[in-house]
Ligand binder design. Structure first.
Ligand code: ATP
Length: 254
C-alpha cells in the first residue's frame, strides 16, 4: 500500500462457455513482497495465474505490469518483461540434463539463436550470459552438483526445484509459483519454505498459489482468498485466518 504496485489485476473475469472460472478479481502485488493466493479446488487460482502470465486471455478486465497493460501480449513477451512462472504439473524434460532443462529458461529470456554461438566473435557474450544465468539458478536451488545428470534421475522433490530453477534462469522480477509444494513431504515442504524466504530476501517478488496452508501462512506477507471464482478476502495471514467467510468457504470445506 502506498507505493504503486508491481502487478495490478483489475476486474478480471474469465469464462469458458457457460462456466465462470473467475469474475471481478482485483488484486495487487507489491514489489519485494510474498503474496499468496489460496482457495478450494476449482476456486480459479490457476486461471488467475494463466491470465497474469498470458496463457489465457481474460474475458474482461486488465492486468497492469509496472503500470502498463499486458493482457494482449504473448506468454513469451510477458516472460521477457520479467514475469516468470512454474507450473502445477511439472514441465521437466526427463531425457535432457538438469543443466539443459534450466538453460532453456535462460535461452528463452535472452533470446539467443543457438547457431550464433558457432560464429566466431558473434554472440559469445550472450552465450556466456546464458551459461552464467543457468549456473546461478542451479546454485540457488542447490542442484549445481547434479547439472550433468539426466532430469529423470532426480527425485520428484528435486524435479520441483528444477522447475523453479528454470523460472529463475529467466531472471524474473516477479516469480509466480503454482503449487510448488504439491507432492512434497513435510520436510521437503519446510525446506521449500526456506528457499522461498531466501529468494525473497535476495530481492525476488513472489506470487504463490498453494494448497498447503502452513506454507502459505508461514511465508506470505499478504494472502488473497478465492472461492468459486470470486475474491472473498485479502489481508495478512492472521486477518485471513480469522475471517468468518474464509473459514466457512475454505477452511471448513477442506
Ligand atoms: P485447483 O486447486 O483444483 O487447481 P483452481 O483454483 O486452480 O483449482 P481453476 O483450475 O482455475 O481452479 O478452475 C476454475 C474453474 O474454471 C473450474 O470450475 C474449472 O472447471 C474451470 N475451468 C478452468 N479451465 C477451464 C477450461 N480450459 N475449460 C473449461 N473450464 C475450465
Amino acid at each position: 500500500t502506498g507505493a504503486a504496485p508491481l502487478l495490478d489485476v483489475r476486474d478480471v473475469a474469465r469464462r469458458y462457455g457457460g462456466v465462470t472460472a473467475i469474475a471481478n478479481v482485483n488484486m495487487t502485488v507489491q514489489a519485494g513482497e510474498i503474496t499468496g493466493v489460496i482457495g478450494p479446488n476449482g476456486a480459479g487460482k490457476t486461471t488467475l495465474f494463466n491470465v497474469i502470465s498470458g496463457f489465457t486471455p481474460p474475458s474482461e478486465g486488465q492486468v497492469f505490469w509496472k503500470g502498463k497493460p499486458i493482457v494482449r501480449l504473448s506468454t513469451h513477451r510477458i516472460a521477457r518483461l520479467g514475469i516468470g512462472r512454474t507450473f502445477q504439473n511439472l514441465r521437466v524434460f526427463p531425457n535432457m540434463t538438469v543443466f539443459d532443462n534450466v538453460s532453456v529458461g535462460a535461452l528463452g529470456h535472452i533470446g539467443f539463436p543457438a547457431w550464433r554461438a558457432l560464429v566466431p566473435g558473434v554472440g559469445q557474450s550472450r552465450a556466456q550470459a546464458i551459461i552464467r544465468k543457468t549456473w546461478e539458478a542451479l546454485d540457488t536451488v542447490g542442484l549445481a552438483d547434479r547439472a550433468g545428470e539426466l532430469a529423470a534421475n532426480l527425485s520428484y522433490g528435486r524435479r520441483r526445484y528444477l522447475e523453479i530453477a528454470r523460472a529463475l534462469a529467466t531472471a524474473p522480477e516477479l516469480l509466480i509459483l503454482d503449487e510448488p509444494a504439491a507432492g512434497l513431504n513435510d520436510s521437503e515442504t519446510a525446506e521449500l519454505a526456506g528457499l522461498i524466504r531466501s529468494l525473497n530476501a535476495g530481492g525476488a517478488t513472489i506470487l504463490l498459489v498453494e494448497h498447503d496452508m502452513a506454507l502459505v501462512m508461514g511465508v506470505c506477507r499478504r494472502v488473497v482468498v478465492l472461492a468459486a471464482g470470486r475474491k472473498i478476502a485479502d489481508g495478512s495471514p492472521a486477518e485471513v485466518q480469522e475471517d468468518a467467510t474464509v473459514r466457512q468457504a475454505y477452511l471448513g470445506a477442506s
